[in-house]
Design a protein around this ligand. Structure first.
Ligand SMILES: Cc1ncc(COP(=O)(O)O)c(C=O)c1O
Length: 360
């Protein structure tokens, strides 16, 4: 069954409630092919390394990223926090962008679990560069907490799905490695970046010491994220996953959906990107909304409602009453995320709903 046919079948069930849900790409429901693969998955106890479907998924992820090994984890948050634990020692600093997911949305875990603090810097478009990062690296001194890790997020969620170019990431990795500092990629949506860049994901990420990516976002799986890296990194990550209670047993049920995501649903991400660009262009025509369509490179659109005289939450309430769900990034910034459960015609309707709320 081709990916178009899979999705046509999927579309009929996904929008049964008549609500257009643009809050996040995490809201997708598993496709029929995923449900079938999950029902039929061959399983074993993954804590003993005996689940053949998990092993197949991990081998597939490692080969797509050109790495020695991969590890299935329940969530992106757990994946990022395991990577931080492996790369750092308590009392160190982690350099990241000011709106990084690891800072704002992971429950203070770098401090709680790894004993590290975050040294942030702001990049308006979410794209950090080596000249800026290098200014934040702690000087070697007995009085300064040392930099243990640099963390990048690509695509950058809160900056609106922006892409850090490969050469910028590679310069950061090379220069950081010169100073014996590891670099972790929060690549929750790295497949969106790779598809937009028209490059294999392995080429885009080859210099990182570790990469986390999510199966449960644009790739449509119900649960799961992955870490990829060297055999040594993944061996350490596996025991930290267990310490966090993330050793799952017949996890092949979940891995089966992840395999479908990786094998069938990567190339269709450009439809989500086209829908996001459509939304941004159309919203930019609505007076009193501030949108920058040229910034929309992947599946996330953010717009500013400052001039509408209502705040984000008020706007979201009014949209919801008309059947559109979105999310607020701040009092003035609203976020829309496209995914496989919304079509172009849903996006057209979404624009009309937003237009009527903003102009009414
Ligand atoms: C950039 C980024 N990193 C990490 C995560 C964490 O993923 P999870 O929700 O699976 O913990 C998210 C989730 O939205 C994300 O957007």
């Amino acid at each position: 069954m081709g990916s178009t046919q899979v999705l046509e079948e999927h579309d009929r069930t996904a929008r049964a409630e008549g609500v257009i849900d643009l809050r996040s790409d995490t809201v997708t429901r598993p496709t029929q092919a995923m449900r079938k693969a999950m029902a039929e998955a061959e399983v074993g106890d993954d804590v003993y390394g005996e689940d053949p479907t998990v092993n197949r998924l991990e081998a597939l992820a490692a080969s797509m990223f050109g790495r020695e090994a991969a590890l299935l984890v329940p969530t992106g948050t757990m994946g990022n926090q395991i990577a931080i634990k492996v790369h750092t020692r308590p009392g160190q600093e982690i350099i990241c962008e000011e709106r990084a997911h690891i800072l704002d949305w992971e429950m203070g875990m770098p401090a709680l679990f790894s004993g590290c603090i975050l040294r942030t810097l702001r990049a308006e478009d979410g794209i950090l560069t080596w000249p800026e990062i290098s200014k934040k690296i702690a000087a070697h001194s007995y009085a300064r907490a040392q930099t243990g890790l640099i963390e990048l997020e690509n695509t950058h969620n809160m900056a609106g799905g922006t892409i850090t170019p490969v050469e910028v990431m590679e310069e950061i990795c090379d220069r950081a490695h010169d100073r014996a500092i590891s670099v972790h990629l929060d690549g929750a949506r790295i497949f969106n970046a790779a598809v937009a860049l028209k490059q294999p994901v392995g080429d885009v990420t080859r210099k990182f010491d570790s990469v986390m990516f999510c199966l449960s976002k644009g790739l449509g799986a119900p649960v799961g994220s992955m870490l990829v890296g060297s055999r040594t990194f993944i061996d350490r990550a596996r025991s930290i996953r267990k310490a966090l209670g993330g050793g799952m047993r017949q996890a092949g049920i979940l891995a089966a959906a992840g395999i479908i995501g990786l094998e069938q649903l990567v190339t269709r991400l450009d439809q989500d990107h086209a829908n996001a660009r459509f939304l941004a262009e159309a919203l930019s025509q609505i007076p009193r909304l501030t949108v920058r369509p040229e910034m929309v490179k992947t599946n996330i659109v953010i717009f500013d409602v400052t001039h509408t005289e209502i705040n984000s939450n008020e706007l979201l309430g009014r949209l919801r009453r008309r059947g559109l769900i979105a999310s607020a990034v701040s009092d003035t910034i609203v976020r829309l995320v496209t995914h496989m459960d919304v079509s172009r015609s849903d996006c057209e309707q979404a624009v009309e709903i937003i237009r009527s709320v903003v102009s009414g």
